[in-house]
Each structure stands twice: as C-alpha cells, then as structure tokens.
Design a binder for this molecule. Structure first.
Ligand code: MN
Ligand code: ZN
Length: 499
C-alpha cells in the first residue's frame, strides 16, 4: 500500500516542534490544553487573525511561520466553525483539511485534538486521524520526476496530541483498517488498465487470504460449466480472459447467514463493437470501481475482524472490440436460464452483474446483497457526482443505506423501480434486451439487474458519478475515490454485526 503517512498519538503535554496544528471555533477560542501549548503565541494568533480576516470558519486556516514563543517553526490554526453545528462526520473533514495544509519538509507534525469545548473523545480523535490519512493518499507510483512547484506528497509521521493516548489508539485501530480498505480500493481504480486486467485483479484480491479470507477464483472453464453466458459474452472479445472472484470472511458463528456484496469489475470498457468515442475513453480504466470497493470492503472487515459472515463477489472482464467480440444482435443465455438480446455491447456491466448476482443469490443465499457498479452515465445526469444512485427491492435495506450514507458522508439517493419501466427492455427475440431508450437509463439498468436477484433482498448502487473523477474533497484528492467502502463497512457495523 502506498500511503506514506503514519498517524500516532502523544499526550497533550508534548512540546511540539516542526509544525503545530491547533483548532479554534468561530469565536477564535481555544481549549485549555491548546492555550497552554500556545502560551504567549496566543497573542500572535489574534494579531494574525485580524490581519488575515481569519474568522475560524469551518475549513479555513491561518498559517503563521516562525511563530514567536513556540519551539515549532510553523503554526496552523484550523477553523472548526460553529461548534453547536458540528457532526460526527465533520471530524474526518477537520483532519483532512488540516492534512491538506501540510507539506513534506514541514518537519514533525503535531495536531492538538482539542476543541474549545474540551478534548476530543477517542472516537473523534480517531476520525481526525482517519481524515489525515485519507487526505494524504496520493497515487504517484508512475511519476518518475516532479515538476518544480508540484505538490510533494506528505510523508512521515503525524502525531495527534490527545487527552488519553491509550483510548485514542484503541479507537483508531479498527478505523485505520477501514482507511487501508479505502486506499486499497483507490489504488485499484487508479491503476492503469495494462497493469490491472482480470487475472491480475483476481491475483490482488487473492492476497486477502493473508487476512484469513477464503478466496475462490473461477476461471473461464469454471464459468462455462456454471453457464455464465452473459458474463462470458462480454469477456470473449478480449485476449485477457475473465474471472469471477468469491471472497468469504467468516467472522461470525458458523451457519450465520452471510451478507453479500457484488461488484462490477470491467477492467477496461471500450464499449466493445458499439465502441465509445475516443474522448475520455481512458477514464474507462475505472469501470471496475464497484469491484474495487468490494475488495477494499472485504479487506476492512477481515482486518478489523468484524463479527459477521460476509461474502464479496466480483465479475472481472475487459470489454474489447475484436474478431471474437460479441455483436449487437447476439443472444446470450445467462446462468439463470433467461436469454438476453444484445442491443448495445457498451451496456456490458449489467451482463456481467447478471451472472454474478444470480450466482450469489442461488449459491450463497445471503441475508441481502448490495451490488456496486459504475453502471450508467444516466445516473450522473440525474444526481451529478455528489450522490450514488440507490435502487432497492427492500425498504428496510434502502433506509439503512440512506442513513449510513449521511453518517459517513458517502451519500446515496433512492431512485424508483417499477414494472412500468420493464417495457423498455422487452425484446422481440429473447426474454429481454440489454438496453432501453435514453430516458430513465439508470432505472432500466436497475430493472434489468432485478431480474437476476430473484427474491433476495437487494440494493444496487450506481456509482458511475462517485467512484472516479468525482470532485476532490477534504478527505480525497485522488481520482479513484474508494466510494462505498466506508458506507458499506458502516452498514455492516451498525446493523449486521454481532455485538
Ligand atoms: Mn459500457
Ligand atoms: Zn461499463
């Protein structure tokens, strides 16, 4: 894993050197421990704040170099805004915003985990620590040179000064594993498609075995035997054969019905014979964002030894135009037995998911399954890049996903399903066709998927707008965002984990 920042915890009494970060509210007030650390430098802050019109607004910072009266060579005052309005999720952003100001060469960094109202709780301090690590992640493996003035990734140790070191360490231990899972997902999304193709993706997912995850890889022969004609139809146009990977984490009692997560893993999507225009086609290396999320999520659950039985299943293919590629007009038979007429070979994600969803519904029989897929451009037309699209046949599951979305900041917005939309995917030659019209494109895609879940409680997350190329935020500067890992980890933790 390529994140270079380590966050540790030290007591409030530590004398900071290098860079010191302190938090204030919108009245420029500090907590008692922070005042003690600042000493005479507190006056300096007041003068600098006046000069810079710094008001302590949330996300704003005041930067003071060579602060008189401190051993530190740089003092960053970070605004936390109005404290009465602060929510749990904001601590993650506080950490991220602070880390955004840090640069390599700033020396040791100390961040006071205190607000004017008092020391942050261990959970709040852990969230700040997570925010720092999420923000610091940068994908620069393939850059052999740095341009002058180009931001250098923050590296080294960051110390969070806290009230209770042992309690903060304990709170951060599982959170650090979740951050690792998010970073793993980002790495997979960011990797170029010549490096990350189905077999290589399967190899990387297989590394979860080190954490005690049972990993099964289905090759073309195994998939053919299972009758996965929908997935194989997409895969056949590439010289790189497809794979399905089934990951099982057994953290609860034997026999406890598992929860399941399914990911679309189109390692590169040219569109196939219905080829995409050249503009931005390079972004289609991220068409495996759903599968990346499932791997990162399984990592997080296994690493923190979640008391749950969870299954992750990903369908990995490359959608290429080739002499052997499937054609518009082809009719394929899915594992469910239902036949599909291919209208547009660029609507391939749903074909991949059709067989993986059916496999999970029938072979795993989970409590519920949630699939994630960079499925449609239409979801971006509907929701922009702020919310993932949520479709579900189960109100309880949909409500829970909406709630954990608000709690984690990985928000989802429920979209409709209904038999009326089904007409769009009726085929004159087969049981269905793989695309409808332009109208309601993300909905007809979900209607299509629903035909392969049987009566399993199911939710589909269309993450085409949020998994890649989403706007940068306080806690993410990377093209691949890792969207969904924290969302689904929280879903498991809050509702499906044995206490
Ligand atoms: Mn496509
Ligand atoms: Zn696709």
């Amino acid at each position: 894993m390529s994140d270079a920042v380590k966050v540790g915890f030290v007591p409030f009494s530590t004398v900071p050197r290098g860079t010191l970060v302190v938090f204030c509210d919108d009245a420029l007030k500090f907590g008692a421990a922070t005042r003690k650390t600042l000493g005479r430098a507190a006056n300096l802050v007041r003068r600098a704040a006046d000069t810079n019109q710094f008001k302590g607004k949330s996300g704003s910072t005041l930067d003071i170099l060579a602060p008189q009266g401190l051993k530190a060579s740089r003092l960053i005052v970070a605004g936390a805004g109005k404290l009465s309005a602060i929510k749990d999720n904001d601590f993650l952003k506080l950490g991220g915003a602070a880390a955004g100001k840090l640069r390599a060469g700033n020396g040791t960094v100390t961040i006071m985990a205190e607000l004017p109202t008092g020391a942050m709780t261990p959970d709040q301090a852990a969230a700040v620590a997570s925010g720092i690590r999420l923000r610091a992640y940068k994908f620069d493996r393939y850059k052999t040179k740095k341009k002058d003035g180009e931001e250098v990734a923050l590296k080294g140790d960051v110390s969070l000064a806290v009230d209770d070191v042992a309690a903060a360490r304990k709170a951060f231990a599982p959170d650090a594993q979740i951050v690792d899972g998010v970073i793993m997902a980002r790495e997979l999304v960011n990797e170029p498609p010549n490096v990350l193709y189905p077999a290589e993706f399967a190899r990387r997912a297989s590394q979860l075995r080190k954490l005690g995850v049972d990993v099964e890889v289905l090759d073309v022969k195994a998939m053919t035997k299972l009758g996965m004609g929908a997935l194989l139809g997409v895969a056949q146009g590439s010289t790189r054969p497809g794979r399905v990977v089934i990951m099982r984490w057994n953290g609860a009692r034997r026999g406890d019905q598992p929860v399941a997560f399914v990911g679309k893993g189109v390692c590169f999507d040219t569109g196939g014979i219905s080829i995409k225009p050249a503009g931005s086609m390079e972004d289609m290396k991220g068409d495996m964002g759903g599968a990346a999320c499932v791997v990162g999520l399984m990592y997080a659950l296994a690493a923190r030894k979640a008391k749950v039985n969870a299954v992750g299943a990903i369908g990995l293919v490359e959608n290429m135009p080739d002499g052997n590629a499937q054609r518009p007009g082809d009719i394929v038979t899915s594992m469910s037995g239902q036949t599909i007429e291919i209208i547009n070979t660029d609507a391939e994600g749903r074909l991949v998911l059709a067989d993986v969803l059916w496999y999970v519904a029938k072979k795993i029989k989970p409590k519920f399954m949630v699939d994630l897929a960079t499925l449609t451009g239409a979801i971006m037309v509907a929701l922009g890049t702020e919310y993932g699209g949520l479709f579900s046949n189960n109100d309880e599951l949909a409500e829970r996903l909406t709630k954990v979305g608000l709690a984690t900041g990985e928000r989802v917005w429920r979209m409709p399903l209904g038999p009326e939309y089904d007409k769009q995917i009726d085929s004159q030659f087969a049981d269905m066709k793989n695309t409808g019209t332009r109208n309601g494109g993300s909905i007809t895609a979900a209607q299509f998927l629903q035909r392969f879940v049987d009566d399993t409680p199911w939710a589909h997350l269309d993450i085409a707008g949020t998994a890649m190329g989403a706007p940068k935020s306080d806690i993410n500067q990377s093209w691949g965002s890792g969207f969904g890992v924290r969302l689904l980890e929280r879903l498991v933790a809050d509702y499906y984990e044995a206490k």
